[in-house]
Ligand binder design. Structure first.
Ligand code: ADP
Ligand code: MG
Length: 158
């Protein structure tokens, strides 16, 4: 499997994270069902900001609440289904199955705290790792599948 990575994507402010979100969405295919995007990083690194930016890039204009307590927030945007997932309170694939994980295959899953469920990266397409750099953030995007590699190649970054 070809692995592709884009490193040191500098995100000076929240707007930069939102524009990275838009670039990722633009690089995705028309049919996003079954796609899995993982968002890794410490508290406050910008995972929810990136997820919200992606959901908005699909044309959603209402508020995008954090799934911290609901664990899964579904969105239906025209023909697209998106599931914003937060695994902070989950600790195994079993618990995830119990939550109806199988039912999420008809949409794009954007998943925060993926490291909480070992084995998840084997099923995912790309992982975005976010870190702090003083007041700014820095991102790295890595492919986890062949079709994920296509996305990295297609990304249009400044
Ligand atoms: P997480 O979901 O990783 O805990 P959030 O997206 O909820 O993080 O919060 C990120 C916080 O950091 C927000 O308050 C946001 O305004 C701030 N911030 C500062 N710079 C950035 C940046 N470049 N990208 C994203 N958030 C940033
Ligand atoms: Mg969050």
């Amino acid at each position: 499997m070809g692995k592709f990575v884009k490193q040191s994507i500098y995100l000076p402010d929240e707007a930069a994270t939102e524009s990275l979100a838009r670039e990722i969405v633009d690089a995705l295919p028309e049919d996003i069902s079954g796609w899995i995007v993982l968002l890794q990083g410490d508290l406050g690194a910008g995972k929810s900001t990136l997820a919200r930016g992606m959901i908005r890039a699909f044309g959603y204009e209402d508020s995008v609440p954090s799934p911290t307590y609901t664990l899964i927030e579904p969105y239906e945007i025209q023909d697209n289904l998106i599931y914003h997932v937060d695994l902070y309170r989950i600790s195994s694939l079993d618990e995830l199955q119990y939550l109806g994980w199988k039912d999420l295959e008809d949409g794009l899953c954007i998943i925060e705290w993926p490291e909480r469920v070992p084995g998840l990266s084997a099923r995912a397409d790309i992982i975005v790792s976010l870190g702090y750099e003083a007041a700014a953030r820095v991102a790295e995007i890595r492919s986890l599948s062949d079709r994920g590699a296509d996305i990295i190649v297609r990304l249009n970054l400044k």
